[in-house]
Design a protein around this ligand. Structure first.
Ligand SMILES: [Zn+2]
Length: 271
């Protein structure tokens, strides 16, 4: 019997390459993605992952399929378009680090993983990544049981709804300390972004303390909050493993938001 690697609820499925091409050519809202960055300081890097989780990628890029491919010369989201149409990635990300100049970082061969001490580093956007696989599901068990079955990226309706409930609770708790919060549906779970200027200035130690504090209560990927994992999904891009658009969800609509919401289902799924 073939091993079923991923189980996804409600008709969620990986996108075909032809669908990715249609999305990046005609459906992606590049202007909305650009507006997401309107209040951000400095410059940023983008990254593409071609086929690491879906196993779907253009055959000629087989050697690159599992890598995070950095795009260093896209200053605006629209500059990504030729790269998206060439590589047809399953996922599009940005580095939450803000740099004074990416061109200068590239020229001086800055090691992005150790940018904190560089004069080009302006700060890092604070974010919380809530993943359904980190939940202890009454049906599917804990993360260890899921990994044992090679289903670390699977999720069910119970896990989706519990992740959404946690995103709302986390948002409301963070609202006591921060004022510019955004919840984003990431395709499987939710991200809570903190866009306050002073959140960019947090030290690594302060971020680690936040990750530990909230990680005790929420199904967090603590590496994202601590800053070790810098990449996060670009809002308005396609999550190619589930064929859903990554979208910000206003807090007032979060409690009833579902992965079949019209804003997140791309036209190629509906037709
Ligand atoms: Zn489950």
């Amino acid at each position: 019997m073939p091993r079923i690697r991923y189980e996804l609820p409600g008709g969620l499925r990986p996108s075909r390459l032809t669908e990715r091409r249609v999305f990046y050519a005609r459906l992606m809202d590049y202007a909305a993605a650009e507006r997401w960055f309107s209040a951000f300081p400095g410059e940023r890097l983008f990254a593409l992952i071609l086929g690491r989780h879906s196993g779907v990628y253009p055959r000629r890029f087989r050697s690159l399929k599992n890598l995070s491919l950095l795009v260093e010369d896209a200053r605006a989201v629209r500059d990504l378009r030729p790269y998206l149409l060439k590589y047809l990635p399953e996922g599009v990300y940005y580095d939450r680090n803000a740099y004074a100049s990416v061109a200068e970082a590239r020229r001086t061969r800055l090691d992005y993983a150790h940018a904190w001490r560089s004069g080009l580093f302006l700060g890092q956007e604070l974010a919380f990544d809530l993943d359904p696989e980190n939940l202890d599901c009454p049906v599917h068990g804990d993360i260890v049981a899921k990994m044992r079955r090679h289903q670390g990226l699977s999720f069910c309706d119970w896990e989706f709804e519990e992740t959404r409930r946690q995103a709302a609770e986390l948002h409301d708790r963070l609202a006591a300390e921060w004022s510019r919060l955004a919840v984003v549906y990431s395709g499987r779970g939710f991200h809570v972004h903190v866009l306050d200027a002073d959140a960019y200035a947090l030290t690594k130690a302060e971020r680690t303390a936040l990750a530990r504090r909230y990680g005790r209560r929420f199904a967090l990927d603590e590496w994202v909050t601590s800053g070790e994992m810098r990449l996060i999904r670009l809002p308005f891009s396609l999550h190619g493993m589930v064929s859903r658009v990554v979208v910000p969800v206003p807090r007032g609509r979060l409690d009833t938001f579902r992965y079949d919401d019209a804003r997140t289902v791309p036209a190629f799924v509906r037709t």
